[in-house]
Design a protein around this ligand. Structure first.
Ligand code: COA
Length: 223
């Protein structure tokens, strides 16, 4: 993440690069990638990152964050208050499942955590496995399908896709119900493949969803 520097030292947010030049050469997605990760993306890494931003930009007026933004607007709040109300709804069941899902994927990969034991523990404790299940998509989340297809097209490592698919299969076997990998799981797979710290994930979702919340607010003004 970009380091905090004293205001008077703040020539540019991009280290020794000139912000004016960087702003002309890079896409917004690239600047977000670089600011959060302090890494320069390859062409394909940038394409997949842009895809997850694009897919997260909005998901209709019924999502928890949009509902809060619209309600705040109808209550007479201004755009800052309304968008903030929406962002406050980003939590473990909306957008915020990416971080714990990444932690699980990394643990399975790095510590060879047995998937069957993990699923068993979640079900015994009546806990919801982050990244599985969706309000609307009961068989497959089309966004997940697209992200995995693009990762394959871009020749990205499929290790975390396979781990996520194994988790989905094991949950179906033990629960006796299909709980598809949702977009949070797909984003978690991408960010694990990029080697990112799970702590960066909420920032990705908040950045991606903010334009959608602004649009939801503006829509209410026409009514
Ligand atoms: N892990 C374990 N069990 C889950 C589950 C999960 N992730 N998601 C749903 N279930 C179970 C529920 O406990 C319930 O079981 P029951 O019938 O035995 O009581 C059943 O599946 C309900 O399924 P469904 O109606 O399809 O889910 P929902 O609409 O109630 O919930 C979510 C949708 C997204 C809130 C839910 O799946 C969830 O909390 N997922 C984890 C968080 C997450 O990934 N959020 C990001 C969403 S994009």
């Amino acid at each position: 993440m970009a380091k905090t520097v004293k205001h008077k030292e703040l020539k540019s947010y991009f280290g020794d690069k000139d912000h004016l030049l960087v702003s002309q050469k890079s896409s917004f997605a690239q600047l977000i990638f670089e600011m959060l990760s302090e890494k320069t993306p390859s062409e394909n890494e940038l394409k997949i990152f842009e895809l997850i931003l694009n897919l997260s930009i909005d998901h209709g007026a019924e999502t928890p964050s949009a509902v809060a933004t619209i309600q705040a607007s109808l209550d007479g709040k201004n755009i800052s208050e309304s968008v903030a109300a929406g962002i406050l709804q980003i939590n473990s069941s909306h957008g915020g499942a990416i971080e714990p899902c990444m932690e699980i994927l990394y643990s399975i990969n790095n510590e060879q955590l047995p998937i069957n034991n993990l699923v068993d523990e979640y079900l015994k404790d009546d806990k919801r496995m982050p990244g599985l299940g969706h309000r609307i998509y009961k068989d497959e989340d089309p966004r997940t399908k697209l992200i995995f297809e693009k990762m394959s097209e871009f020749n990205m490592d499929n290790k975390f896709i396979n781990i996520a698919r194994d988790l989905e299969k094991e949950m179906e076997a033990q629960k006796g119900k299909k709980l598809p990998l949702n977009i949070d799981a797909a984003i978690a797979v991408v960010l694990c493949t990029l080697g990112w710290d799970p702590k960066l994930s909420n920032a990705v979702f908040i950045i991606a969803r903010t334009p959608g919340l602004c649009a939801q607010y503006l829509n209410t003004l026409d009514k």
